[in-house]
Structures are given as structure tokens and as C-alpha cells.
Design a protein around this ligand. Structure first.
Ligand code: ADP
Length: 474
């Protein structure tokens, strides 16, 4: 994998809108980091605030006790004087008589009438249980007040109060700015970190050897994807190999066809030229014409076979177009057309056929049978035999199939050639093949035809003759 700049423009357009790994990492880490920072800050602030408040409460309680100790035993007016002399910015001092009337309040203006304090919880509690502390929250001011109250020996109550900021207030006042700076710094470092991480995560992908992706997988999570790429590579390599093989076969085939055409054409043009020049004696005219005719026939046979193979190569004949074919009748019809050739070669053609009907291409199957019987006659000896049988077979553990057997008493095929005779233009004995009008394509067509019908052709041969057997599944 290479950098985005190495990707062709068209691919870049096609991949528009594909999510970015660094963006995902950035937002993922940022959210986690922010949540962590905010939660930690809130928890620490809460804990810190509560500890400070507890300290403040016990300080106020201790101070109340000290003041109460100072006031006890003093006359009421002296008590008020003592309280007036207390200097404190945070603490409010209130002296409440035992009927609830306020004798002194450090925050009330001089001479102001203060409402009765008997209903205040801390005053009630002080009367009932002695030294006590309470706290009250003011929602409007977002503050709360700690009260500590202690009864005095003369029946009145001394109350100290201190107003404190709420935890939110403290947060807002003391932590908001530093926390915002920390969050900003965190966002910047997360941005850099996510880019770095994304690079680190994706870098091993650059080093994948796409020819052999499974040799060095960067992460175990990438193995399924790499396995798919590997499978596709193998398929592509196989396809390429098949394509180049097919291409080289096609080239060989074209070269062979031109070569095979050249000889009859040269003969035809040579004899025709002689005849045209008028130097051929009258008695040779018929012989020369016969030669031209025979070479033209060879060319026609070659062209026919080449066309058939081209149609087979181009998949022009498809199994979807098959129709019922009676192999017995077809073999009889084909043999009848070869009777004359058999007579000419002094070969006896014997048939033993059953009605076997299968789905197939009648013309192609006919040509296959024709080529096999024709070969059995052409490569036979004078006074030789050709036996043709067509049967339906029901093997025990196999599906039913048609079996066409063509056996001859001919010259046989040498063992070293037996695997090559189905190749295009392969001939064991070139001169004999040509003399008898062979194109070198008969068996190639027969094998192709059998394969198209999901069948096979096998051959056994010895010096006393050959046996070709075609199996066609029904
Ligand atoms: P051709 O047109 O030369 O007969 P084929 O493809 O039909 O081409 O056969 C290939 C070669 O196989 C033939 O040239 C021949 O040498 C050999 N052959 C085919 N059938 C027989 C047979 N029945 N007996 C002996 N040789 C055979």
C-alpha cells in the first residue's frame, strides 16, 4: 500500500467518502481523553471540596466552643461587647436569648429589629442537645452556610455562621480556566498522537508483498483479507497461465493450418499452370485434372475440420441446445456413407448396434463416429475388418452410459504415440495420413465432441489392431 499521493486520481475520486483512520483515532482518543480528564477533575474537586468543608465545620465548631467559654459568666451587655470586638470577615456572630429574640448579630445594622430565631434548627438543637452544627443551602445564591451553636450558662445561645461557596462555584472559580487549558492541550496532543498512531498502524500494510500476501502478515486481523487476496492471486496466475497456453495453442494452430494449406495449393497452382500453358499432352489432361481435384478435396476437408474446431473453440455448440439423438441409427447412417471407402480399401465393416437415445448435438456426434470409423478403415490392412458396436451400459455402481466401440485389424498405433494422437495435426505416419486424405484433425474433433457431451474416448492398440471406445453418460 502506498501513500495517498501515489494513488491514481481516478481511484482517489472513486474512494471519496471512505472513512479516515486518523480521524477515527483522533475522535476516539479525544473523547476518551476528555472524558477521563473531566471525570478525574470532577472527582478530585468533589473530594477536595468535601475535605475542606469538613475542616471548616470543625474549625467553626471549635471557635464556637472558645467564644462560648469566653462569654460564660459574663453579664449580657458584656457578652455583646465581647462579640462586637471580634474581628472576622467570614464569620457571623449571633447571640440569641432563650426566648429566641436576637440580642446581637454581627451582620445586622445597629438598632435594626431582627426576627425571632427560635425556629432556626441550629438554635432548637442547641437548646435540646448542646453544641451542634448544621448547614443550609441557598439555591438562589448557590451558596450554603454552616452554623455552629452552643447554649451559654445564662440560657442564651451563641451562634457562629460561615457562608461557603458550593462545589460548582469552586469549580467555576478555581478550575474552569486551568481545566480548559488542559483540555486544549489534550486536544492538540491527541491530534498529533492520532496521526502518529494512524501512520504506525498503516505502515505495515505498505510492506505487504502482494505477490505472496500470506508470507508476512502485518496483523493477525489482516489474515482473512490477505487470504482472499492470495486466493485471487492464485486464480489470476492460473487464468494467465491458461490464457497464454491458449494463445500459444491458437498461434501454433494458425501456423499449422497455413502450412497444411500451402502444399495442396502449390500442387493445384503448379498443375493448373502447366495445363494453362498448353504443354500438357492430351492423354495427361485427365490425370492432371484428377490430381487437382483430389488436392482441392483435401483442402475442402481441411477447411471443414478447421471450421468445426473453431466452432467448438468458440463454444458455438452448447449443451443447452442439445436434442435427443439415437446413437444406433446415427451410427448406421454414418457407416452407410463409409461403405464405399471400405470397399475401396477392401475392408469389411461389421455393425452391431442398439437403440440408445441421448441428449446431444447430432451433427457433432455424427462427425465423431464418422472420423473414428473412417480412421479404422484408412489405417487398416487389405481384407481387414472393422467392428462397430453401440450399446447401453448399466454398470453396478455407475450411472448408465452409451458405449460406442470401433475395433479394427489395422496397423495399430505405437505406444509412444498413443497419448499424442488426439493432438491437432499429430500423425503417426504423415505420408499415409495424407495419401488417404487425412487432415490430422479427425481425432481432435472426436475428443472435443466427446468432452462436450461429458464423455471420454479411450484407445487400446497393438500390432494386430486398435480399439477406440467412447463413453457417453446418458
Ligand atoms: P488423420 O487425419 O491423420 O487420420 P486423426 O486425428 O484422425 O488424423 O488421427 C491422428 C493419427 O492417429 C493418424 O494420423 C494416425 O496415424 C493415427 N490413427 C488414428 N486412428 C487410427 C487407427 N484406427 N489405427 C491406426 N492409427 C490410427
Amino acid at each position: 500500500m502506498s501513500g495517498i499521493d501515489d494513488i491514481p486520481l481516478a481511484t482517489r475520486h472513486a474512494t471519496k467518502g471512505v472513512p479516515s483512520l486518523s480521524k477515527r483515532l483522533f475522535f476516539g482518543i479525544l473523547i476518551v481523553a476528555l472524558a477521563g480528564i473531566v471525570t478525574t477533575a470532577a472527582a478530585l474537586t468533589g473530594a477536595f471540596h468535601s475535605s475542606i468543608e469538613q475542616d471548616a465545620e470543625s474549625d467553626l465548631r471549635a471557635e464556637t466552643q472558645t467564644i462560648a467559654g469566653m462569654l460564660n459568666g459574663l453579664p449580657e451587655q458584656t457578652q455583646i461587647d465581647v462579640l462586637q470586638n471580634q474581628v472576622s470577615f467570614d464569620t457571623r456572630f449571633t447571640l440569641v436569648a432563650h426566648d429566641g429574640s436576637v440580642l446581637y448579630d454581627s451582620e445586622a445594622s445597629q438598632g435594626a429589629m431582627l426576627e425571632n430565631h427560635l425556629d432556626r434548627p441550629e438554635i432548637q438543637e442547641a437548646f435540646e442537645t448542646g453544641l451542634c452544627t448544621t448547614r443550609r443551602y441557598s439555591e438562589t445564591l448557590e451558596t450554603y452556610t454552616i452554623y455552629a451553636a452552643q447554649p451559654l450558662e445564662n440560657g442564651s445561645v451563641i451562634r457562629l455562621a460561615e457562608t461557603r461557596g458550593s462545589v460548582f462555584g469552586v469549580f467555576e472559580r478555581d478550575l474552569l480556566v486551568p481545566l480548559s487549558v488542559i483540555l486544549l492541550l489534550a486536544a492538540v496532543s491527541v491530534f498529533a498522537l492520532s496521526r502518529l498512531l494512524a501512520k504506525r498502524v498503516t505502515k505495515p500494510f505498505d510492506q505487504i508483498d502482494l505477490e505472496h500476501p500470506l508470507d508476512n502478515p502485518p496483523y493477525c486481523e489482516a489474515i482473512p483479507l490477505l487470504a482472499r487476496i492470495d486466493a485471487q492471486q492464485t486464480t489470476l496466475q492460473n487464468q494467465n497461465r491458461q490464457l497464454s497456453k491458449a494463445e500459444s495453442m491458437r498461434r501454433d494452430f494458425s501456423a499449422n493450418v497455413s502450412h497444411e494449406m500451402k502444399t495442396p495449393l502449390q500442387v493445384i497452382s503448379g498443375y493448373a499452370e502447366l495445363m494453362k500453358s498448353g504443354v500438357v499432352p492430351e492423354e495427361d489432361m485427365v490425370r492432371f485434372s484428377a490430381i487437382i481435384h483430389s488436392e482441392a478435396q483435401s483442402m475442402r476437408a481441411l477447411i471443414d475440420d478447421v471450421l468445426t474446431l473453431s466452432r467448438l473453440d468458440a463454444d458455438a455448440i452448447r449443451q443447452g441446445d442439445f436434442s435427443p439423438v439415437d446413437l444406433g441409427a446415427l451410427t448406421k447412417k454414418t457407416s452407410a456413407r463409409l461403405e464405399k471407402l471400405a470397399d475401396d480399401c477392401s475392408v469389411c465393416l461389421m455393425l452391431d448396434v442398439e437403440h440408445v437415445v441421448m441428449q446431444g448435438d447430432e451433427a457433432l456426434l455424427g462427425q465423431m463416429i464418422h472420423n473414428l470409423i473412417e480412421n479404422a478403415i484408412r489405417y487398416n490392412r487389405p481384407q481387414g475388418y472393422v467392428w462397430v458396436t453401440v450399446r447401453k451400459r448399466h454398470p453396478n455402481n455407475d450411472s448408465p452410459h452409451a458405449e460406442i466401440e470401433i475395433r479394427d485389424t489395422g496397423i495399430g498405433i505405437p505406444q509412444k504415440s498413443i497419448n499424442k494422437i488426439f493432438e491437432r495435426f499429430y500423425r503417426v505416419e504423415k505420408s499415409r495420413s495424407k495419401k488417404t486424405g487425412g487432415t490430422g484433425l479427425g481425432l481432435a474433433i472426436a475428443k472435443h465432441a466427446a468432452l462436450l457431451h461429458n464423455g471420454t474416448i479411450t484407445v487400446e492398440s497393438a500390432s494386430e489392431g486398435s480399439r477406440f471406445t467412447v463413453y457417453l453418460p446418458l
